[in-house]
Design a protein around this ligand. Structure first.
Ligand code: NIG
Ligand code: FE
Length: 412
């Protein structure tokens, strides 16, 4: 039940001192403790001190970190983990110059994953998602948000949310469910887009809201997808059922999704590759988290979100993988940090803060997770590296040595 982790060369606490997220210059302050030890009781962090000060009682398991580096478990606040099939054919087409939108218009993209996901059984979806979550944990993620959005009808969206619910109950990962019925227009409604919006607001949301199958409701608000009016209709209705808004905004074009998200009190607006000065100014006045997804820009060869301008405007910024089969086929948060540092000019410190505490804030969970502080859940990952900057620096390999989830040392 109780665990003492000792001989931690660098304990990167990301302490927030009571704040729910870090913004601006605070993102570089990680509150690193050298030669540290952490005492955990019943999954909760009880004490943090130097190794010499924290002694061992008889009923305590001891994990000797052997002079390695410990960070809070990553909080991947934007993933599409439950899907069937894969899209390496599109990956090849993009290598030959086709764009994400060209492929979607030709019947590929989200709709091809929809077809595979509709055809899959609940059990198949559960098994593949479990394997993905295990792999995510091996790469240092201890909390993941998961969106529906590859069903695009009432039955299949519910099937996906049921799978997410089972994972939430049975998997070690902390999982937060998001309803993304508004991910694309399914073929049945190609000529009647508002008909699909009505299906979401009149049928799906009452069912999902009534059974509390999701914490958040997200909409892909972009050119060729859901317009501002449709996004507003869906999110207003979602709020009536207690779902908190999130928006996929400014990915392909700036159509005002970020501004609308802030207006509707979205907990986060995500993507932001085409974020404008107006978007930044509106975000500045709000508590909405700006979530950037470097993997999707990298994989689609599209512009990167203006992370520096967001940080300089004192807007709390989170980094997530956007794990999905089309635009970001990875669940590696360290890889996201590497891309954030090399392509978005973030520092390793900013990358760590945005992948931990600020990710937790984008899920409304930063009271419980996202930093290593007394009273918080003991989600701690130990890396076999000489210092924390090395994790993003030595990229493309997995440096994780041990994952401690809720005070339990996981065996892989
Ligand atoms: O976040 N932009 C919309 N949705 C996903 C891509 C989904 C897909 O291509 O399957 C994203 O990038
Ligand atoms: Fe996404």
């Amino acid at each position: 039940m109780n665990l003492l982790i000792k001989n931690i060369k660098q304990l990167v606490t990301v302490a927030s001192n009571g704040k729910s997220s870090k913004a601006g210059k605070e993102m570089r302050e990680l509150s690193v403790i050298e030669n540290a030890a952490v005492l955990i009781e019943n999954g909760i962090i009880q004490h943090i001190d130097s190794t010499d000060e924290l002694s061992t009682g008889s009923d305590i398991d001891v994990l000797d970190a052997g002079n390695r580096v410990a960070l809070p478990g990553f909080v991947d606040s934007h993933t599409h983990t439950v899907f069937a099939g894969s899209r390496e054919n599109e990956f090849s087409m993009r290598s030959e110059g086709k764009s994400y939108q060209d492929i979607a218009r030709a019947g590929g993209g989200i709709l091809s994953t929809m077809t595979a996901t509709r055809a899959a059984t609940k059990k198949e979806l559960l098994r593949s998602a479990e394997r993905r979550l295990n792999e995510m944990m091996r790469h240092g993620t201890t909390t993941a948000e998961i969106k529906s959005g590859y069903g695009l009808n009432a039955e299949s969206e519910t099937k996906i949310l049921d799978v997410i619910h089972d994972l939430q109950r049975d998997h070690y990962m902390t999982i937060v469910p998001t309803f993304l019925g508004a991910h694309a227009f399914p073929p049945e409604f190609a000529e009647d887009k508002n008909g699909y919006v009505e299906l979401i607001t009149n049928k799906m949301l009452p069912h999902i809201g009534g059974r509390q199958l999701a914490t958040f409701c997200d909409v892909f608000c972009d050119e060729g997808y859901f317009d501002l009016h449709q996004t507003e209709q869906i999110l207003l209705e979602a709020k009536r059922y207690g779902l908190i808004p999130k928006v996929h905004s400014d990915q392909l074009a700036a159509i005002g999704g970020t501004e609308l998200g802030v207006h509707l009190n979205a907990i986060s607006v995500d993507h932001l590759e085409h974020l404008t000065t107006s978007g930044i100014n509106v975000l500045k006045t709000s508590t909405t988290i700006a979530t950037v997804l470097p993997g999707s820009s990298f994989f689609l060869n599209q512009p990167y979100a203006p992370a520096r301008s967001i940080i300089e405007a004192n807007i709390p910024l989170a980094v997530a993988t956007d794990f999905n089969p089309g635009s970001s086929m990875t669940f590696s948060m360290p890889m996201m940090m590497t891309i954030a540092c090399t392509q978005m000019r973030m520092t390793p410190e900013e990358a760590i803060a945005s992948a931990t505490l600020n990710g937790a804030a984008a899920l409304g969970l930063s009271d419980e997770i996202g930093s290593i502080e007394v009273g918080k859940q003991a989600d701690i990952v130990i890396y076999d590296v000489p210092n924390y900057a090395y994790i993003a620096y030595h990229y493309g390999i997995n440096h994780v040595w041990k994952v401690i989830k809720n005070g339990t040392v996981l065996e892989f």
